[in-house]
Design a protein around this ligand. Structure first.
Ligand SMILES: C[S@@+](CC[C@H](N)C(=O)[O-])C[C@H]1O[C@@H](n2cnc3c(N)ncnc32)[C@H](O)[C@@H]1O
Length: 272
């Protein structure tokens, strides 16, 4: 069990409700990169770090011919993906999605098992990005394509983050510390990572994830996902006081300050 798997086990519910929907419209953009393969007959698709199944479910709805295998390090996220698929798909389509607990750098599949692989907002979390890319390459057949999207470093400061830090500080918790970022350093770095893992015909481009939060959505994102460790450790009365203060402070911001704009990189490459 990695730290990330344990963390996602704890925050699976908050993720499904308050963060997954924020990143979903950008996540599904990777499907366009494998569309030509599906049109050419690709059937078996691997979704690496499927989370709550966003990409897998979108792929099954988009293409009646494909089967999707989702893997995720977190058992709770896997359970969430199964539940989301049960809700979203009819029985025929549901049978085209299987999901299991596994790590990106140790895929429990034989060489060449998949025609295409996709991944959204996972490669910034894995212990070794190179190992995960090499493993995806191994699991693809010749001519198979991996397409992924993940965060790119940069983007301006986001005012609501400053507000969260100030409110936590008022209650004696000090501003949050940023650890070293595992976001991709550049588009060139995304392309180089794919080439180093053996992919060819590599294409990498920038994009932007935009989302307009409202006060409640952002507060719940902080409490149930981003700062879940802190909030779940607090006595209920303190949690409620901080939550009320946070909502008041966020409501004082101009509404445009709640619009998140974060750079992302979309990249794909083919297994020769
Ligand atoms: C930000 S979520 C993205 C989920 C989904 N792809 C989406 O776009 O909504 C990251 C996911 O990666 C999973 N994850 C983290 N480290 C992993 C690893 N080493 N191998 C497989 N999955 C991992 C987490 O459990 C989590 O479900």
């Amino acid at each position: 069990m990695t730290d990330q798997a344990a963390r996602y086990d704890r925050i699976a519910e908050g993720y499904a409700r308050w963060w997954g929907p924020v990143i979903a419209p950008t996540a599904v953009r990777v499907l366009a990169a494998i569309e030509p393969l599906v049109e050419g007959g690709a059937r078996d698709i691997l979704d690496i770090g499927t989370g709550t199944g966003t990409l897998a479910i979108a792929a099954i709805r988009r293409w009646p011919t494909v089967r999707v295998t989702g893997i995720d390090a977190s058992g709770e996220m896997v359970a969430g993906a199964r539940a989301a698929a049960d809700d979203a798909l009819g029985p025929g389509d549901r049978a085209r999605f299987v999901v299991r607990t596994a790590f990106a750098d140790r895929l429990p599949f034989p060489d060449g098992a998949f025609d295409a692989a996709v991944s959204s907002f996972v490669l910034q979390l894995v212990p070794s990005r190179h190992a995960a890319l090499v493993e995806a390459h191994r699991a693809l057949g010749s001519g198979g394509r991996l397409a992924h999207v993940t965060w790119l470093v940069g983007g301006g400061p986001f005012e609501p983050d400053r507000v969260v830090d100030e409110v936590l500080d008022e209650f004696g918790y000090g501003p949050r510390e940023d650890g070293p970022s595992s976001d991709l350093a550049s588009v060139a770095a995304a392309a180089a990572g794919l080439r180093r893992a053996g992919f060819r015909r590599v294409v990498a481009t920038t994009g932007e994830l935009g989302h307009r939060f409202d006060v409640e959505g952002y507060a719940r994102f902080i409490e149930a996902f981003d700062e879940e460790d802190l909030f779940s450790s607090l006595p209920a009365s303190k949690r409620e006081r901080i939550g009320r203060r946070l909502r008041r402070a966020l409501a004082e911001l101009p509404s445009d300050a709640l619009v998140l704009r974060s750079p992302v990189v979309l990249a794909h490459g083919d297994r020769p």
